[in-house]
Write a protein that binds this ligand. Structure first.
Ligand code: EPU
Length: 451
C-alpha cells in the first residue's frame, strides 16, 4: 500500500464547547533529559516516574539500549541500570529522530570523557544551533571535532570554569550542567536558561549525588563530583506545562470549561496572565500535593464573554511567554475580537500553522517573525497539515473550534509530544477520530452521539 493510503490523520468535528477535566502528563522536555542524565550512573539504578508515553521517549529508551544500558518503560515508570554501559557512540539513525538526543553529549562526556554522537533532529522550526553547547564543553576542557554530521568530544579531564551563554539556550545549559557535574572544581553558568525543565533536571542530578545550586535562576553553580559519588535515585518528573497550555487554550477557544489537573501554577504564569487579557476566567484549586516542594494545583478556565478579546504576545525566554505555546495561543487569537500582534523571538519558522489556518478562513498577515492575527468570528473546516509538533497541536485546536468536519495531518509530529491526545479530547466532549486514507472517512452518527 502506498504511504499516502496508509497515512493517518485526525477527523475532527468542531464547533462544540469542551468541558471537563484532563490529567496532565509528565513533561516531555524534562523526562527526555533526565533519561539522558541517568546514563551517567555507574553504581546504582535510576527510577524515573511520570514519564509520558511518546514516540520521542521510546527513541530515547532505544538510545540507552544501544549504549548497553538496561531500561524498562512501563506504566509511566522508567527503570534504568547503566552500570555496564559499554558504548559511547550514539548513531545517526537514533540521534536524528529527536532533539533531546544532543543532551547525551554532556552526560556521556561526564561519564567516559569521550563521546561520539550524531547531530540531533527535532522539529524543523528554523535554525537550531548548538554552538553554545560546544563552546561551553570546550571551556570545560573538551576537545571537539565535527565531521560528517558527528560530534566527537574528548577530554583527559574536565575542569570547572565560568561560562557565559550569549543566549539562555536550554540545550546548552543542560549539556554544560551535565558535563560540569564531573568536572574538577566549580563551574558557573551565567545567563543560563531558567526553565522549569532545567530545575527538574538539576533536582534529579542532586538526588543522584551531584551538587548543583541556582537552577531556575540565570546563574547556576555546579560543584564537580566523581562517578563514585553518584548513587541510586528515584525521581518524579514535573507536569508538562505545554500540554497543559494546549488543553486550557482548547477550553477557552471552544467556550467551555476545562480543568487541567495536576500542574504547577508558577510554570504557567505567563500563559495564565495572557489568557486573562483575552477575557478568560482562570481559577486555581490547590490539590495538597507537591512535586519537589512545589505545590501541585488544578487550573480551570472558562470564558467571561461571548467573544475572546485580542491581545499582543511576544515570545521570550522563560519566564517570558513560551515559544512552544505561541502556535496554540496565536490560533486562539485568530478568533478573538480585534487585531493581535504576535512577535516570535526564539525561532525563524514558528508560524507554520498560520498558512494552514488561512485555509480555515483565518485572517493573518505574516512578515518573517511578526504576524498580525485579525480575529474572525469563526473558523471554517478544512484539510490542514501540521508541519511541526506545536503547529499540529494548534491546528487541532482550530479544527475543534471550526464548524464542520476538518482533517488534520502531520500526526508523526504530534505523537512525539502529546500522550493519549484523542482520548483526552474525547473525554472533554470532542468528536475526534484517527483514521487512515484506506478507512471509513466519516464520523458515524454513533461516534458523534457517544462523543
Ligand atoms: N541557539 C543558538 N545556539 C545554541 C543553542 C541554541 O543560537 O548553541 C538558538 C537556537 O538556534 C534556537 C534558540 O536558541 O533559535 C532556542 O534553542 P534552545 O537551545 O533553547 O532550544 P532546545 O534546547 O533545542 C528546547 C525544547 C524546545 C523549546 C526550546 C526553547 C527540548 C527537546 N526542546 O529546545 O521545545 O522550544 O528548548 O524553550 O527540550 C517543543 O517542545 O515544541 C520544542 C521545540
Amino acid at each position: 500500500m502506498s504511504e499516502k493510503l496508509t497515512e493517518k490523520y485526525l477527523l475532527i468535528e468542531g464547533g462544540k464547547p469542551l468541558n471537563g477535566e484532563v490529567t496532565i502528563s509528565g513533561a516531555k522536555n524534562s523526562a527526555l533529559k533526565i533519561v539522558a542524565a541517568a546514563l551517567m550512573l555507574e553504581n546504582g539504578k535510576s527510577t524515573i516516574r511520570n514519564i509520558p508515553n511518546l514516540s520521542d521517549m521510546r527513541v530515547m529508551c532505544e538510545i540507552v539500549q544501544v549504549l548497553g544500558g538496561e531500561i524498562s518503560f512501563e506504566n509511566g515508570v522508567i527503570e534504568m541500570d547503566c552500570s555496564d554501559l559499554s558504548s559511547n557512540y550514539v548513531p545517526l539513525t537514533l540521534a536524528n529522530k529527536l532533539r533531546a538526543s544532543i543532551v547525551c553529549l554532556g552526560s556521556l562526556l561526564a561519564r567516559f570523557k569521550d563521546v561520539k554522537i550524531a547531530m540531533p533532529g527535532g522539529c524543523n522550526i528554523g535554525a537550531r544551533k548548538i554552538d553554545l553547547h560546544l563552546k561551553g564543553l570546550k571551556a570545560l576542557g573538551a576537545k571537539i571535532t565535527e565531521e560528517n554530521g558527528f560530534i566527537h568530544a574528548k577530554a583527559k579531564k574536565l575542569v570547572g570554569t565560568k561560562i557565559y551563554l550569549d543566549i539562555p539556550s536550554n540545550g546548552a545549559t543542560e549539556n554544560i550542567m551535565l558535563a560540569a557535574t564531573m568536572a574538577e572544581g566549580e563551574t558557573i553558568i551565567e545567563n543560563a536558561a531558567q526553565d522549569p525543565e532545567i530545575v527538574d533536571l538539576a533536582n534529579f542530578l542532586n538526588k543522584m549525588g551531584c551538587q548543583i545550586e541556582g537552577a531556575g535562576t540565570s546563574n547556576i553553580r555546579i560543584t564537580g563530583k566523581t562517578l563514585a559519588d553518584l548513587h541510586s535515585v528515584d525521581h518524579f518528573c514535573i507536569p508538562d506545562r505545554i500540554e497543559a497550555a494546549t488543553y486550557l487554550i482548547a477550553g477557552a477557544m471552544t467556550g467551555g470549561e476545562v480543568t487541567a489537573k495536576g500542574v504547577i501554577e508558577e510554570d504557567l504564569q505567563s500563559l495564565l496572565s495572557k489568557l486573562e487579557d483575552t477575557g478568560v476566567k482562570v481559577q486555581i484549586f490547590p490539590t495538597g500535593n507537591e512535586i519537589d516542594n512545589r505545590a501541585v494545583v488544578d487550573i480551570k478556565v472558562s470564558r467571561e464573554s461571548e467573544r475572546l478579546l485580542a491581545t499582543d504576545i511576544t515570545t521570550v525566554w522563560y519566564p517570558g511567554f513560551s515559544t512552544d505555546i505561541q502556535p496554540m495561543f496565536s490560533t486562539m487569537l485568530a478568533i478573538a475580537e480585534g487585531a493581535s500582534v504576535v512577535k516570535e523571538n526564539i525561532y525563524d519558522s514558528r508560524f507554520q500553522h498560520a498558512d494552514e489556518l488561512k485555509k480555515m478562513s483565518a485572517n493573518i498577515d505574516i512578515n518573517a517573525k511578526l504576524a498580525v492575527f485579525k480575529g474572525v468570528p469563526c473558523l471554517k473546516s478544512a484539510s490542514v497539515e501540521g508541519k511541526d509538533l506545536r503547529s499540529a497541536a494548534a491546528l487541532i485546536l482550530a479544527a475543534l473550534t471550526a464548524e464542520g468536519v476538518s482533517e488534520v495531518r502531520g500526526l508523526g509530529h504530534l505523537d512525539r509530544g502529546y500522550e493519549n491526545l484523542e482520548e483526552k479530547f474525547i473525554k472533554l466532549g470532542a468528536t475526534i477520530k484517527r483514521v487512515s486514507s484506506a478507512e471509513n472517512l466519516t464520523l458515524t452518527e454513533d461516534e458523534k452521539a457517544t462523543n
